[in-house]
Design a protein around this ligand. Structure first.
Ligand code: NAI
Length: 341
């Protein structure tokens, strides 16, 4: 084995600690060349008397470059602002990548779904920049910058080229938000036309795009979206392939990368030991592949492949957690994957 990579591990809230523990077990059994440095964010940080997004956690990611994170709860309609928004902005993790694929042994309405969502992660309405203009009148700011729109467009087309993907579709609402979404669309179109003539490029107004997605998701390849649309469409797409238990994600910037599942802290099932750890495990596989390519470490890629084969075989054998119609709990599913490594 080559060198060991130090990974910042943030268990998060709700089901976060349950799924991160399962993933740690599987990576240890697979002899992944990683060691964990534990840090907190979210409610766990508040419980320790720290800020919700502690500076020492950010510093650890700056030092080690890579983190894996469980979901963090954000209070609805009140309370502190999202840990995820703070983290992505502070570390400039501007590209969220979310592969959405049909899984063996998980029957759904469509077969052969193989989509990748690329979401701009730092701008738009999702930034949560709001204020009260006067009592009874509140405002939410949608910010788009040419630099941010162009940066994510370049990233998406570069990614498509590296992965040999053929087509990028932008979902937008530039008919209504002519300036903000108009800028996003213009930047994507310019990058496509000037620099990537070999990648098919098209766009759709997001409402019609969503209808096409649920009619036939196999017509899409890469979807490129601004922040809020990417958030919403990610969960929609998760529903096409079996749910939030099977969609991983990565938040990538020029310097750092934080891997996390698309799902949230699932308060309805937290503490019961029944959450599906697969989405976070798949995120860990993305992390190993990222380490492999950015640090030239083939061992990481080999281990990633081994884990991927093992979880696909586990599902194909009908061994699944409750969200996918199976009977295993979190630990039993992790053990079933370990048996197949
Ligand atoms: P959620 O994704 O936590 O849950 C939605 C539904 O999916 C629930 O019924 C839940 O039980 C189920 N589910 C989610 N993950 C699952 C898993 N691994 N295994 C089995 N079932 C699973 O979304 P919700 O309820 O809208 O949000 C809960 C909290 O999570 C909120 O505070 C929200 O802000 C936060 N959140 C955090 C994210 C992050 O840290 N990246 C992402 C999304 C939401």
């Amino acid at each position: 084995m080559s060198k060991t990579h130090t990974i910042v591990l943030i268990p998060g809230d709700g089901i976060g600690p349950e799924v991160t523990e399962a993933v740690q077990h599987i990576l240890a059994a697979a002899e992944a060349p990683v060691e964990w440095e534990h840090h907190v964010a979210g409610i766990a940080a508040l419980d320790q008397g720290l800020e919700v997004m502690p500076e020492q956690t950010l510093d650890a990611i700056r030092q080690h470059g890579v983190a894996i994170k469980g979901p963090c709860t954000t209070p609805v309609g009140k309370g502190f602002s999202s840990v995820n928004v703070q983290l992505r902005k502070a570390l400039s993790l501007y590209a969220a990548v979310r592969p959405v694929r049909s899984m063996p042994g998980v029957p759904t309405r469509f077969e052969n779904v193989d989509l990748i969502i690329i979401r701009e992660n730092t701008e738009g309405l999702y930034s949560g920049v709001e204020n009260e203009v006067t009592p009874g009148v509140v405002m939410s700011m949608k910010v788009a910058t040419e630099q941010g729109c162009s940066r994510i467009a370049h990233w998406a087309f570069r990614f498509a080229t590296q992965r040999d993907r053929k087509k990028i579709t932008v979902f937008h609402k530039a008919n209504i938000m002519k300036m903000t979404d108009g800028l996003f669309l213009r930047c994507a179109g310019e990058v496509a036309k000037k620099e990537y003539p070999n990648i098919e490029y098209n766009h759709a107004i997001i409402d019609a795009g969503c209808m096409r997605l649920v009619q036939d998701p196999t017509q899409f390849d890469i979807l490129l979206l601004e922040n809020l649309y990417g958030d919403v469409v990610s969960d929609l797409c998760a529903g096409l392939v079996g749910g939030l238990g099977v969609v991983p994600g990565a938040n990538i910037g020029d310097e750092y990368a934080v891997f996390e599942a698309v799902h949230g802290s699932a308060p309805d099932i937290a503490g019961k030991g029944i959450a599906n750890p697969l989405a976070l495990l798949m995120s860990a596989v993305m992390m190993l592949n990222h380490l492999g390519t950015t640090r030239d470490d083939n061992d990481c890629i080999t281990v990633a492949e081994k884990i991927k084969k093992a979880y696909n075989q586990t599902l194909a054998d009908g061994q699944k957690t409750g969200d996918l119609g199976g009977e295993l709990n979190t630990k039993q599913f992790a053990d079933a994957v370990i048996e197949r490594l």
